[in-house]
Design a protein around this ligand. Structure first.
Ligand code: ADP
Ligand code: MG
Ligand code: ZN
Length: 478
C-alpha cells in the first residue's frame, strides 16, 4: 500500500537569558553540576517564582518572527508529573492560554517553497538534566542528575501536522534555526541542547484526509537524527500496517548508535498531567504597544535578506542562502561590497575559499575585517600577486588577521616583473633544456610555453608571464 507520512514537530528552544525564567540563578552551559541552583530550582517548599522579563521579551520576539498571534494575556499552568529531573514534580508551562497562537514558517523545499503552519508557541521552564551511565537511557545501570538546567527558559513551538517526510522535517528545522539565530533570542545549538525537537509521525493511505495513529520520537540531537528517525518510523509503521496490524500510540526513543527507535512509554494524554493555573504566578499581561515595540527590534529576517541580496548583488538563490546563513556573514559581505565593486568576484571568494578557511581554522567571520579581504582582492586584480599566492594569503589572513599587503612585502610574494631578476633564470632554463631551446629556434613555437613553464615552476608561479615571453624571445634570437 502507498502511504503518506504526516509529521508534526514540537520544538524546544532555550532562550539566551543570563538568568533563569523564575529565579536569579545563572543559565551558563557547562558549569560544574548542581552549582547554579537555589531553593526555587530545587523545588523546596516555600520558594516562589518571579518571572524574568527578558525571557518574555525573547519569547515574544521569536513568536513575532514566526508570524504568530502574540496574546495580551496568557497563563502559566502546572504540568504535573514525577520525574527525577523535575524535583517540584510539576513543570511550569502554559496550557489553554499560551503566549502565542498560529503563525507559520516558509521553507524552501526541493519542490518549491511552502508554508508550514504553527499551532502555538508557549513559555515554560527546562527540567534538570539526567546523565545516564553508559550510552542509553534504556540500558543505564544508574543515572546522575544535574539541576543547573532546571529553570532555563524555554519556548516550545508546535507545528501543525503538515510536514511530509524526514527530509522536509530537517529542512524545516534548519530554516527555523536560521531564523531564530537571526533574532538573537537563542544560540540554537542542537549539540548543546539549546534547540531540541520531538517528532510526531503517522501514516495514512495516499489521498485520505483522516489522520492515522501517531508515534512520538524523542531524543533527536541532530538534524541528521531527525531525518533518519522519521524515515525509520515511517518504514516501521508501513510494515505494521501492511501486515494488517495496528499502530499503538507511544513515545519512543531514538537510538542513534543502533539507528532504531525503541518504545519508552505508552502515550499519556493531556488529562494525565492535571494541568491547572499556577497559583504562584499571576496571568502574564502584555500591552499591545509593548508587543509592537518588540516587533520593531527584530532585524531583517533571513527570507527578506536572501531576496534582497539576490536583487541587489545578482546572487543566485544558493549563493544568497550561503551568504545569508548568518547575519554576521551577510553583514561582512555587504560591508565588503560597498567598497569593492566586482560583486561577482567577491561572492565567489566569500562562498568558496573564505568560508572554507573559516571552517578549517575554527574562526568566526566577525574576527575578520572586510577591509583585509578587499586589500587581498585588489592585490590580485592589480596583478601584484597571482591566484595561488592569493589563496595562501587568505589562509594566513584568516588564521592570524595579518594584512595581505604586509605579508606580500615581508615574504617577497609579489610578482617578479623585473628583467634583471628574471634574465638569469631564463638563461639557466635555456642552459638546462638545450633541446627545447633548439626546437624553438627551428620554428617550434610550442617549445616557448614549455620554457616559460620551467621559470614559473622555479619562481612558484610568481614570474610575470608576459615579461618572460619577451625575455625568452629576445635571448633565443641571439
Ligand atoms: P501532545 O501535546 O499530546 O503531544 P499535540 O496535539 O499538542 O499533542 O500535538 C503534538 C504534535 O503532534 C503537533 O506538532 C501535531 O501537529 C502533531 N500531531 C498531532 N496528531 C498527529 C498525527 N495524527 N500524526 C502526526 N502528527 C500529529
Ligand atoms: Mg507533546
Ligand atoms: Zn534558582
Amino acid at each position: 500500500m502507498n502511504y503518506e507520512a504526516v509529521i508534526g514537530l514540537e520544538i524546544h528552544v532555550e532562550l539566551q537569558t543570563r538568568s533563569k525564567i523564575f529565579c536569579g540563578c545563572s543559565t551558563a552551559f557547562g558549569d560544574e553540576p548542581n552549582t547554579n541552583c537555589c531553593p526555587g530550582c530545587l523545588g523546596l517548599p516555600g520558594s516562589l517564582p518571579v518571572l524574568n522579563r527578558r525571557a518574555v521579551e525573547f519569547a515574544v520576539m521569536a513568536a513575532l518572527a514566526l508570524n504568530c498571534r502574540v496574546q495580551e494575556r496568557s497563563i502559566f499552568a502546572r504540568k504535573n508529573y514525577f520525574y527525577p529531573d523535575l524535583p517540584k514534580a510539576y513543570q511550569i508551562s502554559q496550557d489553554d492560554f499560551p503566549l502565542a497562537w498560529g503563525g507559520y514558517l516558509e521553507v524552501d523545499f526541493p519542490e518549491g517553497s511552502r508554508r508550514i503552519n504553527l499551532l502555538r508557541a508557549h513559555l515554560e521552564e527546562e527540567a534538570g538534566k539526567l546523565i545516564h551511565a553508559g550510552d542509553s537511557i534504556i540500558s543505564a545501570a544508574y543515572s546522575l542528575v544535574d539541576y543547573n538546567r532546571a529553570g532555563v527558559p524555554l519556548l516550545e513551538i508546535v507545528t501543525e501536522p503538515e510536514i511530509r517526510s524526514g527530509r522536509e522535517a530537517r529542512l524545516f528545522l534548519e530554516e527555523l534555526r536560521t531564523l531564530l539565530r537571526y533574532t538573537g533570542v537563542s544560540d540554537v545549538k542542537m549539540e548543546e541542547g539549546s534547540l531540541r525537537c520531538d517528532a510526531n509521525i503517522s501514516l495514512r493511505p495516499v489521498g485520505s484526509s483522516k489522520l492515522g495513529v501517531r508515534t512520538e520520537v524523542k531524543n533527536l540531537n541532530s538534524f541528521r537524527a531527525v531525518e533518519q528517525a522519521l524515515n525509520y518510523e515511517a518504514e516501521r509503521q508501513a510494515r505494521i500496517l501492511d501486515e494488517g496490524g495496528e499502530i499503538i500510540q507511544c513515545t519512543c526513543h531514538w537510538d542513534d548508535s543502533r539507528k532504531a527507535t525503541a518504545v519508552m512509554r505508552l502515550k499519556e494524554g493531556a488529562a494525565d498531567y492535571r494541568y491547572f493555573p499556577d497559583p504562584d504566578l499571576p496571568p502574564l499581561t502584555l500591552e499591545r504597544s509593548a508587543i509592537e515595540a518588540l516587533r520593531d527590534k527584530l532585524p531583517e529576517l533571513p527570507r527578506e535578506k536572501r531576496q534582497r541580496l539576490q536583487e541587489r548583488y545578482g546572487l543566485n538563490a544558493e549563493e544568497a542562502a550561503i551568504i545569508a546563513a548568518t547575519r554576521e556573514m551577510a553583514a561582512f559581505f555587504e560591508q565588503a561590497a560597498e567598497d569593492y565593486s566586482d560583486h561577482r568576484n567577491l561572492v565567489n571568494w566569500v562562498q568558496g575559499d573564505l568560508i572554507y578557511q573559516l571552517r578549517e581554522s575554527g574562526k568566526e567571520i566577525t574576527q575578520l575585517s572586510p577591509v583585509l579581504l578587499i586589500e587581498l582582492l585588489e592585490l590580485l586584480d592589480g596583478g601584484e600577486i597571482n591566484r595561488p599566492v592569493a589563496k595562501e594569503l587568505l589562509e594566513e589572513m584568516v588564521k592570524s588577521g595579518a594584512a595581505p599587503r604586509k605579508l606580500v612585502q615581508q615574504r617577497g610574494l609579489g610578482k617578479i616583473a623585473d628583467r634583471g631578476e628574471l634574465a638569469p633564470l631564463v638563461e639557466q632554463v635555456i642552459a638546462e633544456n638545450p633541446a627545447a631551446a633548439e626546437n624553438y629556434r627551428s620554428g617550434k613555437k610550442k617549445a616557448l610555453a614549455f620554457l616559460v613553464g620551467k621559470v614559473m615552476a622555479l619562481t612558484r608561479g610568481r614570474a610575470d608571464p608576459q615579461e618572460l615571453n619577451r625575455l625568452f624571445q629576445e635571448i633565443l634570437k641571439k
